[in-house]
Design a protein around this ligand. Structure first.
Ligand code: ZN
Ligand code: FE
Length: 255
């Protein structure tokens, strides 16, 4: 039986995600920005939380763990890096580990750069990627703890996933990302199409997530740092992709 995925807003612009396995009734929350909306979503569905899959240590991803753990006694799965402060961790996972959510399988990809501990979860059978603050739709996370080449490598890991996988990211930042991306690639037809779609979705009060990874590869400028046309547009013809990526990220920081 296929998994059911629910998304809902948390905090100011975070996404909450629940992944339900009908076969076992297991339910995972991807991160825990805050407890109340997660509990509300669970109660609406009549589901009981069994697992929290944590991507990284930032407060807007772990703030709800203590309350959820107390209420459901769920298992907390977190990145291997023990220096990161994540409360009440039961299991530590690293690159290539498989996390079971009932009968569902999530594969762990280490995607450092935004933070050093950042991991992403790939549900291959469900064609679903939970990339939190590494990859956004038409954007990527700020590089707080890592370096640009490290973040670029992480993005390449995610870009290697199949086009028909869906991206579920940590924040609703798509409209601002589109605005920036258009300053770099004003004539990219896939970006222009996404811009129109995002305007329509936001006007209707709908989330811009999930999005297909294949569409992101064509429209997300941060996944396109190795395109000669993108290098040329930031006056870095012939530079390495990591350098071009760094320049894009610097420009976005200032935008
Ligand atoms: Zn973060
Ligand atoms: Fe975040």
């Amino acid at each position: 039986m296929a998994a059911e995925i629910r998304l809902f807003p948390c905090l100011t612009d975070n996404f909450g995600y629940l992944v339900h396995d009908p076969a076992s009734r297991a339910v995972a929350s991807i991160d825990a920005p805050e407890a109340a909306p997660i509990i509300k979503a669970l109660e609406r569905e009549g589901w009981t939380l069994t697992d929290i899959l944590v991507t990284h240590h930032h407060g807007d991803h772990v703030g709800g763990i203590a309350e959820l753990k107390q209420k459901y006694n769920c298992r907390v799965v977190a990145p291997h890096d023990k220096t990161a402060k994540i409360p009440l961790v039961d299991v530590r996972v690293k690159q290539g580990d498989i996390v079971k959510v009932g009968t569902l399988l999530a594969r762990v990809l280490e995607t450092p750069g935004h933070t050093l501990d950042h991991i992403s979860y790939v549900f291959d059978d469900e064609k679903a990627l939970f990339a939190a603050d590494t990859l956004f739709s038409i954007g990527c996370g700020r590089v707080f703890e890592g370096a640009y080449p490290m973040m670029w490598d992480s993005l390449l890991k995610l870009r290697a996933l199949p086009d028909d996988f869906r991206l579920y990211c940590g924040h609703e930042y798509t409209a601002a990302n589109v605005k920036f991306a258009l300053t770099i690639e004003p004539n990219n037809p896939d970006l222009k199409a996404r811009a129109e779609e995002v305007t329509r979705l936001r006007a209707a009060g709908k989330p811009t997530i999930p999005t297909l990874l294949g569409d992101e590869k064509k429209a997300n400028v941060f996944l396109r740092a190795d395109e000669p046309s993108v290098a040329a547009s930031v006056h870095l013809k012939g530079a390495s992709a990591a350098e071009v990526f760094g320049e894009l990220r610097e420009r976005k920081n200032k935008s």
